[in-house]
Design a protein around this ligand. Structure first.
Ligand code: PMP
Length: 408
């Protein structure tokens, strides 16, 4: 296993802190911080002020970020990449952008494992349009059940939206197969993938998967906060109604102040000044991932998961801890210490061991429909982690028994 810790200033400086919350946000690499600082200190112009050199440079950086993103996900055209503030914004843009395509009794299919960001925008738009939300059944490994999906598809199905990797259980869906089943039934059904958890960890190929839309956030791929993207197949993306109106997205506004002509995509969906310094950091994040290589990232994280599982078995942690997803091949662990509130466990691990993990529903509000509990502790590993830290987590979990003695 390669040592990748030194890329992360957090890990270097705060070396006594063990960060196991990469699912919430990944730590930031030095290159990203430097790139953003450099832009802010040496340029700082509005990317649409192309009348002068610095503004033009900033404008070119946006083009560069779009082009890198296109290659990263294997999109067909750079216009298929829309900059947003993150996955939440992207999904809201998509759901609301489709508002004129949805009517009463149309069906939107999704799973109960979805993050609120891939649940609430659809519920809200369904409530407004009279469309209906339907739940796709899951397999034992928490992936989408293909037979259930096949049975649910009908002439009212308009959209199928699901996470490639869920943020709680870490279930990894076979996107290509799912899309094949949907498109074979009806090519017009829109397939959206919430890639927030996956994009910085496993290879994305929107053309091989044949998906119509995809959403992600830069901050979960070692990049800055406040930047994300919506990918859409050109013709479909072009049909979305904007949710924001403002500068740069119109070609003309008529004197009657009624009629206007919008620019084409992606500008049509990117009203206002973008987060250019964030986008510069995002370029550095993409370059970083390309440098390390996604296969290396995936390998490193899976090795950590496998090592954790091995240590759990050796130390009999399963005697007093319920693990929900040890078999799932992604670097997320979800568990509950029998009879103890997850928030007490997270506080305990933080106070006594400087270990950062999460407790609660992790924004998957319907998870109880899947694993029979509303809340759990989540530890998620990243490439800055190593086996020594996993050992420390296991040692800390062993003491949870004592913690119970202290409490009761
Ligand atoms: N979807 C999933 C699966 C996520 O894990 C997250 C972030 N936790 C989001 C969507 C939303 O991302 P953001 O908060 O960056 O908009």
């Amino acid at each position: 296993m390669k040592d990748l810790k030194h890329f992360f200033p957090f890990s270097n400086k705060a070396s006594n802190l063990i960060y196991f919350d990469s699912s919430a946000t990944s730590l930031k690499v030095q290159e990203v911080i430097d790139a953003e600082m450099k832009f802010l200190s040496e340029n700082g112009s509005n990317p649409y002020a192309i009348d002068y050199k610095k503004g033009f440079e900033a404008f070119e950086l946006i083009k560069q970020a779009r082009s890198l993103s296109k290659t990263f996900i294997n999109a067909n055209k750079i216009e298929e990449i829309v900059f947003t503030s993150g996955a939440t914004h992207s999904i809201n843009l998509l759901a609301n952008g489709l508002r004129n395509n949805l009517k009463k009794n149309d069906e939107i299919l999704l799973t109960e494992l979805e993050h609120s960001a891939n649940l609430l925008p659809w519920i809200a738009i369904a409530n407004k349009t009279g469309a209906k939300i339907k739940k796709i059944a899951l397999n034992h490994d928490f992936t989408i059940n293909i037979e259930s999906l096949k049975q649910m598809l009908n002439n009212k199905t308009k959209i199928v939206t699901f996470a490639s990797v869920s943020n709680t259980i870490g279930a990894l869906n076979d996107i290509k197969l799912i899309t094949e089943v949907i498109k074979e039934f009806n090519n017009d059904i829109i397939v959206h993938v919430d890639a927030a958890q996956a994009i910085g960890h496993i290879k994305t190929d929107v053309q091989a998967w044949n998906i119509d839309f995809m959403s992600w956030s830069a901050h979960k791929m070692y990049g800055p906060f406040g930047v994300g993207c919506l990918y859409g197949k050109y013709d479909l993306l072009n049909t979305l109604e904007p949710i924001f109106y403002g500068g740069r997205m119109s070609l003309k506004i008529e004197e009657n102040l009624v009629d206007y002509t919008l620019a084409s995509i992606p500008e049509k969906l990117e009203a206002g000044t973008p987060n250019i310094s964030g986008i510069v950091g995002y370029i550095a994040a993409l370059n970083f991932i390309n440098k390390i290589d996604l296969h290396e990232i995936e390998k490193h994280e899976l090795e950590l998961k496998e090592y954790f599982v091995k240590r759990v078995k050796e130390t009999n942690l399963e005697d007093f801890i319920t693990f929900y997803n040890l078999d799932v091949k992604s670097p997320i662990i979800l568990f509950n210490v029998n009879g103890v509130n997850p928030q007490d466990i997270t506080n305990y691990l933080d106070d006594k061991f400087n270990i950062s993990v999460r407790g609660g529903a992790s924004c998957a509000r319907r998870i109880e429909g899947v694993i029979n509990t509303k809340i759990a502790v989540r530890a998620s590993f990243g490439i800055h982690n190593n086996k020594v830290e996993i050992d420390k987590l296991v040692e800390a979990l062993k003491t949870v028994n004592n913690f119970l003695d202290v409490l009761f």
